[in-house]
Design a protein around this ligand. Structure first.
Ligand SMILES: [Zn+2]
Length: 226
């Protein structure tokens, strides 16, 4: 998968701008997930039509925290414009659009630890791993064999996250901001007030999820979803 676009977040340059450390983390996450997906499908007793993925998506990394960049153009959750057309819901950390063969991802592979050192962001790794399940299940033809079911696809992506050893939930927008050093009051965009509630407000409850209940990450199969 090739990164063709990477937009950083002004307030979090070190964590969200392209860097060797960030690219290495993305590579490692992809390598680990791709290496184990076949075993995962076998463990789930799911078939594949193809042995190798042959049509992998391009990647855009975009600002993803609605408390910072919610409706800014080309943010991951710029709902009124681009993404509203394909993903009517709030709020996304990742979005695989099958029909575009494109993977939209949050832009924060790194996070600062308490000492201020840049370290891998476990929430980014979680998001990318989840999305890779969508990408690979589609590319390997799983759904061509068993028939596509959006909720099953979503469940499978979450099961893959657990299979890869991550047993923590996705952060809300407020939790993410705190992880990045918050507080929201000093960083909020003008739209933060109106989007904070939809963004979870610090709760782990689903954030105003789209119809399928998938709040943080979602795959779209326009026109082919039953
Ligand atoms: Zn998903």
């Amino acid at each position: 998968m090739k990164i063709i676009e990477w937009r950083s977040t002004v307030e979090l340059q070190a964590e969200t701008a392209p860097s060797d450390l960030a690219r290495a983390l993305i590579d490692r996450t992809c390598r680990d997930a791709f290496a184990r997906y076949g075993d995962f499908l076998r463990a789930k007793k799911l078939p594949k039509l193809r042995g190798d993925p042959d049509h992998l998506p391009a990647i855009s990394l975009l600002p993803g925290n609605i408390l910072l960049d919610g409706k800014a153009s080309r943010a991951l959750d710029d709902l009124p414009s681009r993404f509203g057309a394909v993903a009517p819901g709030c709020c996304y950390w990742g979005l695989y659009v099958d029909s575009l063969n494109h993977l939209f991802l949050r832009n924060d592979p790194l996070v600062k630890d308490q000492a201020g050192e840049l370290v891998p962001n476990p929430q980014f790794v979680r998001t990318l791993t989840h999305e890779i399940s969508h990408v690979l299940s589609s590319n390997l033809g799983v759904w061509d064999v068993v028939g596509y079911d959006r909720q099953r696809d979503e469940d499978l992506a979450e099961e893959f996250v657990a299979y890869m050893g991550m047993h923590f939930p996705a952060d809300s927008s407020a939790e993410d901001l705190a992880r990045h050093g918050g507080p929201p009051a000093t960083r909020g965009s003008p739209t933060a007030g109106s989007t904070a509630t939809a963004g979870g407000g610090g709760s782990r409850a689903p954030r105003d999820p789209p119809a399928n209940g998938s709040a943080n990450t979602s795959r779209q199969r326009e026109g082919s979803t039953k």
